[in-house]
Design a protein around this ligand. Structure first.
Ligand code: ADP
Length: 551
């Protein structure tokens, strides 16, 4: 029997119209490169976005045209987030931390025809431009001074355009956005979001047991808008009418804390390295910022160390919401929160749950499988590769048949993450498949060791990675950044870890570094450390031999 409800398409038009008609007084605040704050309302955003859409149409941008954006987080980028899909074109966010030749490769692969570039990022685009073959128009967003001759100025482009738009009829399954994974191995892979996937992701992420976003919220995405849609926060805000605050290029702890306090932000999100810096600064300046409005900090992209979650809660009364996701999943997959029967557990038991990556958000399904492809038991101990499916999970990569093996015959996506899943459905990531340390044939979790090390009071950041070993194939080595003015020895750190791990898990050595290299998304770049220290233990004639690996 056929159901008799409307088959109304789930497109981004609906979100834009809702913001324009219901929340026109609500604010969007953006920090400019010169630190000044730009303020306008959703009413302004709505009108300018429609002007942009009309201007794009005039230039021949139509259904399926790929339009690149090379921008920081700010209000004009928000206009592009909605103005490009409004005419059926595809918003392709470009990662501004990539090397220029990788950027050019991505632009060519996606066949971007128009690119919008922040004035402050023009030197980067200029470098890439020599290798770019597809772009016909470059539009400059004058964030940092006037647009140079030879480029289209964004404000000129939209000026005088109508503030109404006749939307094209778009299939909800049509492409609305694109994002390339950072491609730490091989070339980056393109993920193509549909209108439907973004709308459903937005609705699910705003639900009460996910991010609980409401019109009363003030959201500050620290996570860049080029990194997996800033985890959906701009869409969540436009759907609900929540006030938005954008940090522009100022992502240092001091600027962020000032902005969080000044704008009374309620919910913010970013990778752990950002929050490690913020916690350190807060610890050194207790009481300096009024963060009483802040109800949550979403931390994901890499594992949030328990010491970070606990430190914010105990010392500053702030709540970390640990989440896991991927570019391939729009990105939200799981989120850690306590279930009601855990409410009276002691702090340590609660912290253990909140430090896991959490349970799937509504409409996402997860399983983990062994090497033989069999689904593994949910016992909290058996490790296997995480697989995922749902309405906002990629079913293929863009023009990349070689990556077809990332998708199973029965419709799941292989995440490349090694996890355990417990009886309650909480996943815990023990490693990325490419980062696991195999010592004498046995796995050692780099994440567990890092988490523990970052619990040491002198340690700001720690990264544990595999290096070659003549006898055990691979052994763990730890790179450590100390907090300002602190000292500690390798033996101290070994003693600190020893009570919590089997002896053969302990890093063979601890190297003290000034900084840990980062990926373009701000995560620890293990590949670079592995390369740098590849022969560290082989060379060390005095390398200590660990005991035979055993569980
Ligand atoms: P990249 O490959 O550039 O890191 P993504 O941002 O899409 O691209 O990364 C997704 C990956 O990030 C996941 O597969 C997982 O390995 C890691 N990740 C994301 N969130 C978490 C988390 N909370 N804990 C541990 N790892 C995480």
């Amino acid at each position: 029997m056929e159901g008799l409800m409307m088959d109304h398409p789930l497109t981004l038009h609906y979100l834009l119209e809702r913001a324009g008609s219901l929340f026109s007084k609500n604010e969007v605040v953006s920090r400019a490169p010169d630190m000044s704050l730009h303020r306008y309302t959703y009413g302004d955003f709505y009108r300018r976005t429609l002007q942009l859409a009309n201007a794009l149409r005039k230039r021949g941008v139509t259904e399926g045209t790929r339009v690149g954006t090379l921008c920081w987080n700010h209000y004009r980028h928000l206009e592009l987030y909605f103005g490009i899909p409004a005419v059926g074109a595809v918003l392709h966010t470009l990662n501004l931390r990539l090397h220029h030749s990788q950027l050019a490769w991505i632009i060519n692969h996606a066949e971007d025809q128009v690119v919008f570039v922040d004035r402050s990022l023009l030197p980067l685009y200029e470098q890439a431009r020599r290798e770019v073959h597809t772009v016909q128009h470059v539009v400059v967003l004058p964030d940092d001074g006037p647009t140079p001759d030879g480029y289209i100025d964004y404000e000129d482009l939209i000026r005088g355009e109508p503030q109404t738009l006749s939307y094209p009829t778009i299939d909800e399954r049509a492409a609305a956005g694109m994002c390339y994974t950072s491609g730490t191995t091989g070339n980056p892979k393109g993920v193509v979001y549909t209108h439907r996937s973004i709308v459903l992701h937005t609705v699910a992420s705003c639900t009460a047991d996910a991010l609980a976003v409401s019109e009363n919220d003030t959201l500050l995405p620290v996570v860049p808008m080029f990194h997996a849609n800033a985890w959906g926060l701009p869409f969540d805000a436009v759907l609900t009418g929540a006030k938005l605050v954008f940090p522009g290029p100022h992502l240092d702890p001091l600027s962020l804390l000032d902005l969080l306090a000044h704008e009374r932000v309620t919910l913010t999100a970013g990778v752990p390295t950002i929050w490690l810096g913020i916690l350190d600064l807060l610890d050194r300046n207790p009481g300096r910022w009024d963060l009483s409005a802040l109800r949550g900090m979403v931390v994901g992209g890499s594992a949030a160390p328990p010491a970070l979650i606990d430190g914010f809660r105990r010392r500053h009364g702030l709540r970390v919401i640990h989440a896991w996701g991927m570019t391939e999943s729009d990105p939200l997959g799981t989120l850690a929160r306590l279930k009601r029967h855990m409410a009276d557990w002691d702090d340590a038991a609660k912290l253990e749950v909140l430090s896991k990556q959490g349970v799937p958000v509504p409409l996402v399904e997860l399983r983990h499988v062994g090497d033989d492809g069999r689904v593994l038991p949910r016992d909290g101990a058996t490790m296997g590769e995480l697989q995922m499916r749902g309405p906002w999970v990629a079913k293929a990569y863009y023009k990349n048949p070689e990556a077809a093996d990332r998708f199973t015959a029965d419709g799941w996506f292989k995440t490349g993450d090694i996890v355990t899943i417990d009886e309650e459905g909480y996943i815990r990531i023990t490693d990325r498949a490419k980062d696991v340390i195999k010592s004498g044939g046995e796995w050692i979790s780099s994440v567990d060791l890092e988490n523990a090390l970052m619990g040491h009071p002198a340690v700001l950041e720690a990264c544990v990675f595999a290096v070659a070993h003549p006898k055990w194939d691979e052994r763990p080595l730890a790179a450590v950044v100390l907090k300002e003015g602190m000292t500690v020895s390798a033996d101290d750190l070994r003693d600190f870890l020893a009570p919590h791990f089997a002896k053969w898990w302990l890093p063979d050595d601890f190297v003290f570094v000034d900084a840990i290299p980062r990926t373009s998304a701000g995560k620890f770049l293990k590949a670079e450390l592995r390369d740098r220290f590849q022969n560290y233990l082989v060379k060390q004639s005095s390398a200590r031999q660990p005991e035979t690996p055993r569980r």
